[in-house]
Write a protein that binds this ligand. Sequence first.
Ligand SMILES: Nc1ncnc2c1ncn2[C@@H]1O[C@H](COP(=O)(O)OP(=O)(O)OP(=O)(O)O)[C@@H](O)[C@H]1O
Ligand SMILES: [Mg+2]
Length: 393
Amino acid sequence: MDKIRNPFSPGAGAPPPELAGRDGVLEQASVLFARVRNQRAEKSFIMTGLRGVGKTVLLNEMERMARTEEYRTIFLEASDQKPLAVLLVPQLRSLLYDLDRMAGAGKKVRRGLAVLKSFVAAIKVSFGDIELGLDIEPEKGTADSGDLEIDLPGLFIAVGEAAEERQAAVAIFIDEIQFFTKAELNALIMAMHKMQQRRLPIVLVGAGLPILPGLAGDAKSYAERLFSFPEIGPLDRDDAVKALQGPVMGEGVSFEKSALNEIFTWTKGYPYFLQEWGYQAWNQADATLITLRVVKDSTIHVVNRLDENFFRVRFDRLTDGEKRYLRAMAALGQGPYHTTEITRQLGVERSTALSAVRSKLIKKGMIYSPAHGQLSFTVPLFDEFMRRAMPVA
Ligand SMILES: Nc1ncnc2c1ncn2[C@@H]1O[C@H](COP(=O)(O)OP(=O)(O)OP(=O)(O)O)[C@@H](O)[C@H]1O
Ligand SMILES: [Mg+2]
């Protein structure tokens, strides 16, 4: 069928034609925005889930919602390249200048800029040429200790008070939050703790791979009290059907029931895979009914495409040792896997020798620990791919 009219949108962060099965978490966001806007306390939240389940799409949608609620929004994507402070400062700076231009009396916005200036001076990282305003003196003694866990809360308080003074509210969105270091996560958690205690109008919505198991002690218990952690998973059968059928119906086309079942069996409801199968099936079909036959014929194209793109790019970034480790996991089936089992599978005596490989793989976002002593793949169906890519373990 006409490739130009193909409604499906496989691709990182690409908004799907139908955002199926996410009403619960969208409602949670809408309540959060409305309550904080009305100076009521509400937990911020961090969505966690595997690769390709639709976290970025949700963050973008929530940013749009926050804007219609007249929030000022900040969107950050964490990576292993840039520290939190470097990502945050330019955005807070524009936010404060923005607030500065709004009508209203008071000194809190200027103070916010002064505190930002002392924050930048104290955190010893290179910010390039950020001009914070020559007429503003840094505020000595606030947010300038050089310790992020002390300074970030101080900075957030200053920004929160500035927003409050202008009757504005701020929503901070952070994607790939698992890339932050423990110290950065702790600092964010402490900063949000202050926002809640003081009812200041800043909310945080994060998304990423699960981070809680990596936190410990106070940080973990604060995080559990301050945030909720909605899990973003695969779609159930009904929602998967909606995600496929809805968009084609809009074009006067439909999937046969058995065709939908076939796609569900292959994709297990993972959003990214649903888009890929839908996309290829549409292109293969030559009539307005997409049949089981068409889907079966598309599957080979989809699997090739996934192997060549989605899976392969991740595989190619691995060292031989890392590949062997993942292959040993895959040999054990679907997971989660006990580290001791993986060690045994590799034929190694003690797992301490493997802990370096393991932490590299976690750093690269290939695996994560869903519970103590356990590991899982972050990419759905990666175990099957590993068995295809390396037939012998
Ligand atoms: N609710 C949904 N229904 C149908 N398709 C969806 C849904 N959510 C996301 N998708 C599709 O899934 C794909 C992946 O979405 P997205 O990039 O947001 O995932 P992600 O969780 O951020 O992945 P990653 O962890 O790799 O960044 C996109 O093609 C998107 O269109
Ligand atoms: Mg994403």
